[in-house]
Design a protein around this ligand. Structure first.
Ligand code: MN
Length: 130
C-alpha cells in the first residue's frame, strides 16, 4: 500500500508536520490543507485514498467539511478519520454518528498510527476494487 495518497486536514503546523513526516516515513504520499475549504478542492483534484481530518478548523469545521465531502459522488465513500483532542466518550460517539469512519485521539500515538492508517487504506482499497 506504499505510495497511497493521504490528505491531511489540520490547521496546526506542528500537528500537520508530525502527521506528514510519520506518513511519509511509512511510504505514503501526502497532501495537506489548513482549512476545510481547501481540503474540498484538494480532495476533488487529487482523490486521496484516505482523509485525516482535524475537527477544529478556521472557517468550516471538520464535521461540516465531512458533510460536503460526502455530498460529492466521487468522494462519497472515501474514508475520513477524525483526528481530535476531544476525549469524552459522547464526543467520540458524536463523531461516528456524524459519519466519520473512525477517530484518532490527539496527541497522536506515533507507535499506533501506522498500523491504524494501514488498516484504513487496505479497507479502502478492498472497497474500491470490489
Ligand atoms: Mn485545529
Amino acid at each position: 500500500m506504499a505510495g497511497e495518497l493521504i490528505l491531511i486536514v489540520e490547521d496546526n503546523e506542528r500537528n500537520r508536520r508530525l502527521l506528514r513526516d510519520l506518513l511519509r516515513a511509512h511510504g505514503y504520499e501526502t497532501v495537506e490543507s489548513r482549512t476545510g475549504e481547501d481540503a474540498l478542492a484538494l480532495a476533488r483534484a487529487r482523490r486521496p485514498r484516505l482523509v485525516l481530518m482535524d475537527i477544529q478548523l478556521p472557517g468550516m469545521d471538520g464535521e461540516a467539511t465531512l458533510r460536503e465531502l460526502r455530498a460529492l459522488p466521487e468522494l462519497a465513500t472515501t474514508p475520513v478519520v477524525a483526528v481530535t483532542a476531544y476525549a469524552m466518550k459522547h464526543d467520540r460517539e458524536r463523531l461516528l454518528a456524524a459519519g466519520f469512519d473512525d477517530y484518532l485521539e490527539k496527541p497522536v500515538d506515533v507507535g499506533e498510527l501506522p498500523s491504524r492508517v494501514r488498516g484504513y487504506v487496505e479497507a479502502a482499497a478492498r472497497g474500491a476494487d470490489s
